[in-house]
Design a protein around this ligand. Structure first.
Ligand code: NAD
Ligand code: GLY
Length: 355
């Protein structure tokens, strides 16, 4: 296929991420090349379903799959136990077996929840990711992290399960509201800060909107390497949480009204500023990060108090006993893990908000 890019993720099991326009209309034949005809339960939210479900259903049926569709209300506030329970009951009612498959058609919320349902239904069945947001394309559809939010915090219940395939149809980006596209840009900018000055500079000069498939492929290739080396987040994979300690706290403080990508953007700006103030980060990283985020329509701070953010961050998975591990940029393209006592988190956040 012209314009098609493919990246192999050598986890257990291994799978490929295909990035191309028009993939949803061809998803049936792509998936038939990977598995025999089976019952495919397609999970989508109420915004994505009217846009893309029909195309996917036709393609899958045409390739010989039996298709059931499960639609839930869109939004992070529905990434919870009651939606998970609805999806699990749906799979049971439709009598899916271990030779069947779940397809997550949508953004990160759909991927995380449908993936978690696949991980626990019958103690684990196969699933595939059909990402429709930039955020899902550059980050959440790859790597096998699945989760729901609990009242106590973000992504607090979940499982690791690698998808059998990721089919990223870049045509889906055309229907994204500007704010949702920007949320994906935040995770892509995060990747540039983590690993690659030249990738970061693409966001400084506005290349993202012009050539999203190039940016998606570079972000996925980087993430694939990290996940292959550290599938269960015992070490290096923790770097991918850059911006997330404060980001998750902002999301939680807002009652999930602030979208994930926007909260991560603010978290990225805060940790870069704190890093400079505390001597961990070289200048002018904070100014470059903030300018780049602004240029891509993203926030660089928060109105929540440092005390409220620190309190919310105590619930974070990155805390372990009396310590919390922060991801801190040293320079653009190089970040490091910094373990600090939890009692110092408030002063780090204060430095990041005030710096
Ligand atoms: P989302 O799935 O809620 O999508 C954002 C909005 O865009 C929704 O309203 C959705 O209906 C709509 N939408 C999706 N595709 C569309 C399209 N093509 N056209 C028009 N509208 C469309 O949110 P998101 O930003 O994609 O993902 C955020 C979630 O991803 C968070 O819950 C976050 O925790 C999770 N996440 C997971 C990982 C991981 O590794 N598992 C990584 C990063 C983020
Ligand atoms: N988005 C963080 C991770 O996949 O590990």
């Amino acid at each position: 296929m012209p314009d098609s890019k493919s990246i192999q993720v050598n986890t257990t099991p291994a799978y490929s991420v295909t990035i191309a326009p028009g993939l949803l209309a061809a998803c049936g034949s792509h998936l038939r090349a990977l598995m025999p005809p089976c019952h495919m339960a397609v999970v989508a939210d109420s915004t994505v379903a009217p846009l893309y479900l029909d195309t996917v259903q036709k393609s899958l049926s045409g390739a010989g799959f039996t298709v059931s569709t499960c639609v839930f209300p869109a939004g992070e506030e529905h990434k919870n136990f009651s939606t998970l329970s609805m999806i699990l009951e749906f799979l049971a009612e439709r009598r899916l077996t271990r030779t069947d498959c779940v397809a997550a058609l949508g953004g990160g919320v759909t991927g995380d929840m449908a993936g978690f349902a696949a991980a626990v239904y019958l103690r684990g069945i196969r699933y595939v990711q059909l990402p429709t947001t930039l955020l899902a394309a550059v980050d959440s559809s790859v790597g096998g992290k699945t989760a729901i939010d609990l009242r106590g915090g973000k992504n607090l219940a979940g499982a690791f399960l690698q998808p059998a395939a990721v089919l990223c149809d870049t045509d889906c980006l055309a229907t994204l509201p500007r704010e949702v596209f920007a949320g994906g840009a935040a995770e892509a900018i995060k990747t540039g800060v983590l690993c690659d000055e030249s990738l970061f500079s693409l966001f400084e000069d506005g290349t993202l909107a012009a050539e999203p498939s190039e940016v998606i492929a570079r972000c996925v290739a980087y993430k694939a390497g990290v996940v292959e080396r550290d599938e269960r987040e015992q070490g290096e994979r923790r770097l991918l949480n850059l911006g997330h300690t404060v980001g998750h706290a902002i999301e939680a403080c807002s009652g999930y009204a602030i979208p994930h990508g926007h909260a991560v953007a603010a978290g990225l700006a805060v940790i870069a500023r704190a890093g400079e103030t505390l001597g961990w980060t070289e200048e002018p990283v904070a100014a470059r990060v903030a300018a780049c985020l602004r240029q891509n329509g993203l926030p660089t701070g928060s109105d929540f108090s440092p005390e409220a953010l620190a309190e919310a961050a105590y619930a974070d998975k990155k805390r372990s006993g009396g310590d919390i591990t922060l991801v801190v940029p040293k320079r653009i393209g190089l970040c490091q893990l910094k373990k600090i006592p939890v009692r110092e988190l408030l002063s780090v956040i204060q430095a990041g908000l005030e710096g």
